[in-house]
Each structure stands twice: as structure tokens, then as C-alpha cells.
Write a protein that binds this ligand. Sequence first.
Ligand code: FAD
Length: 149
Amino acid sequence: MQIRELSAEQCLELLKRSTLGHLGCVLDRQPYVVPIHFSLDAERNCLYGFSSVGQKIAWMRENPHVCVEVPEITDRNHWTTVLIFGRYEEIDDTPEHADARQRMLDLLQERREWWLPATAKLGSQERAAVLIYQIHIDRMTGRSAARDR
Ligand SMILES: Cc1cc2nc3c(=O)[nH]c(=O)nc-3n(C[C@H](O)[C@H](O)[C@H](O)COP(=O)(O)OP(=O)(O)OC[C@H]3O[C@@H](n4cnc5c(N)ncnc54)[C@H](O)[C@@H]3O)c2cc1C
């Protein structure tokens, strides 16, 4: 198997066609990883996400440094993954976040229902309190594996 590094453009291509990743955050030296949906905004160099208010939000409010892993796995010999190292920030109703908010809403129109898992409450059909956030991309790396011919 050969593993190669991806260029920044190749990383962005994968992020554009993906919607599912794993978000890792840390509090008091304890890591916590959950699956999330996201949408890339390449112009603003960030990911947008929709979230229920629970442990991950509480932890990221305390420590905004996060890592997101985005996989594209065909089989154990053929895969591509991108890792993002970034910073969590909530998008609220303030003028400062008006641009991010509008861009996030535009992306939501394009990808209807991808955010629904965030609104489901444990063990019920009730909708939980949700918020939207962005992850500013500080740096990213990508690797791709393919089997030797
Ligand atoms: C394919 C997929 C996409 C998803 N997309 C989103 C999304 O875009 N936004 C979003 O907010 N959520 C999404 N979820 C749900 C998400 O993974 C979390 O389960 C949910 O957000 C609750 O996280 P929390 O930190 O608020 O946990 P809380 O509700 O506060 O739960 C606390 C405890 O529950 C346990 N727990 C929480 N989530 C999980 C889990 N998934 N599996 C096992 N144990 C768990 C942990 O032990 C944690 O300590 C998605 C899940 C899947 C499978």
C-alpha cells in the first residue's frame, strides 16, 4: 500500500464533497469525539455545523481548540482522510456574525436535512435546543492510500 500526502487543494476538494466528520474536543486532558455533519465555506476558510446544546458545546466553550477528521474510506487499502486543526466559535445574532450566519443559511438551503441529527433529543421525537457554529481552519493535512499494482 502506498500512502501519499494531499495538497491543500486536494484537502479542500474532499471537504467540499463531504458532509460527515468526527469532531474531537478536549477538557481537563480528557478527549471527546462525536460524529457531526458540517458544511465547508472555502471562501471563509471554515466549517459550519449545527449542534444540540450538550457536552461537546460545553467543552468547546471552555476550550475552543478542536480537531475534525473527515474520512472517505472505500476499503482498508483505499482511503483518504483529512484532518483539520481549528478553533470553535458560535455564530450568534450579533452584527459581527451576520455574514457567517447568512452564508451558513445559504448552505443549509443547498443541503436540506443534513443537520437534522443535531436536533433530535435522546429517546424522543422532541427537538432539542440547537445552535450554529463555525470552526476556523488553522491548518489541515490530508493523506490518501492506494494498493500497489
Ligand atoms: C451520522 C451522525 C451525524 C450526526 N450529526 C450531528 C450534527 O451535525 N450535530 C450534532 O449536534 N449532533 C450530530 N450527531 C449526534 C452527535 O454525534 C451526538 O450524539 C450529539 O450531538 C450529542 O452530543 P453531546 O456532546 O451534546 O452529548 P450529550 O447529549 O450531552 O451526551 C452526553 C453523553 O452521551 C454520550 N454520547 C453522546 N453522543 C453519543 C454518540 N453519538 N454515541 C455514543 N455516545 C454518545 C457521551 O458519553 C456523552 O458523555 C450525529 C450523529 C451521527 C451518528
